[in-house]
Design a protein around this ligand. Structure first.
Ligand code: OAD
Length: 261
């Protein structure tokens, strides 16, 4: 059996599916990943544009970085990987999508309950009163360059709604993930974890793949490259996620899930 045919079989046998995504899933939509040649971190210093200290030092630089990403969103579209994950959410009796991505491509593909572990480019939060709101339209790049930044009704400076290095993850998100994993304690190999398009440099320690593995879940990596997590998975499918899922899922998802009969 090839890795791809094994994946098809495991997707058919699964009842509980947990997906953990990174930037690679949006690569085929034209959004650059963070690491590697041409990645976002090649042209930007993390400490300048993705830390609380960087924002305190130079909020204009941070807003320039994120406003550029916000303006790019309407120019890209979900790819088959986002679409197939939305279809999986409808198919499986128990399904949770956890993404490290701050783009909105999962929602635009139809996912309803994706957990955005690293926040979202669609939101802003007041640095004074803490009020969170949907961004609506992003600030113009010309305004941001001139130092005209989004402000809250209370007068406080707003910050992008993304999680920066050194910040805590949302505890409500962590509890939802824990609960989903714990509930699968008895599912054995019918518990399937798909780790898609992440290097594992940041999310590798979150436990999202390793806790289910300790319960007996099957863990699959979908990534054209080997990663820090590759040695911890049961199956590695070395392919771009959009092309692979666009091929594989229609073979599985056309059938009604046995648990629904
Ligand atoms: P990385 O840039 O670290 O890794 C992207 C991964 O996607 C790599 O392993 C690539 O091989 C893989 N990849 C590329 N094209 C792919 C494709 N078509 N299909 C599948 N995989 C593909 O991005 P993340 O792991 O998401 O955090 O990075 C995690 C976090 O680090 C980000 O959320 C961000 C970053 O710093 C914050 O900003 C807090």
């Amino acid at each position: 059996m090839t890795p791809e045919t094994t994946l098809v079989q495991w997707l058919r046998e699964a009842r509980r599916v947990l997906v953990f995504c990174g930037a690679g899933i949006s690569a085929e939509s034209g959004i650059p990943t963070f690491r590697g040649a041409g990645g976002l971190w090649e042209g930007h210093r993390i400490e300048d544009v993705a830390t609380p200290e960087g924002f305190a030092r130079d909020p204009v630089l941070v807003w320039q970085f994120d406003a550029a990403r916000q303006h790019a969103l309407p120019t890209v579209s979900p790819n088959p990987a986002h679409e197939m994950l939305a279809a999986m959410e409808r198919h499986y009796p128990a399904f949770l999508l956890v993404t490290q991505n701050v783009d909105d491509l999962h929602e635009r593909a139809g996912s309803r309950d994706a957990i955005h572990l690293h926040g979202s480019l669609d939101e802003v939060r007041c640095t004074l009163c803490g009020r969170q709101r949907p961004l609506g339209s992003p600030p113009s790049l010309a305004d941001v360059r001139r130092g005209v930044l989004p402000h809250c009704a209370c007068g406080g400076l707003e910050r992008p709604g993304v999680v920066w290095f050194g910040e805590m993850l949302n505890p409500t998100h962590l509890r939802s993930i824990e609960k989903f994993i714990e509930t699968g304690w008895n599912d054995g190999p019918a518990f399937l974890v798909l780790v898609i398009g992440t290097s594992g440099v940041v999310g590798g320690d979150y436990g999202i793949h390793s806790l289910p593995a300790a319960l007996g879940a099957r863990v699959v990596e979908i990534n054209p490259e080997e990663t820090l997590l590759s040695s911890e998975v049961d199956l590695a499918v070395r392919a771009p996620a959009g092309a692979l899922l666009g091929r594989v899922w229609p073979e599985v998802g056309s059938a009604e899930h046995p648990a629904a009969r």
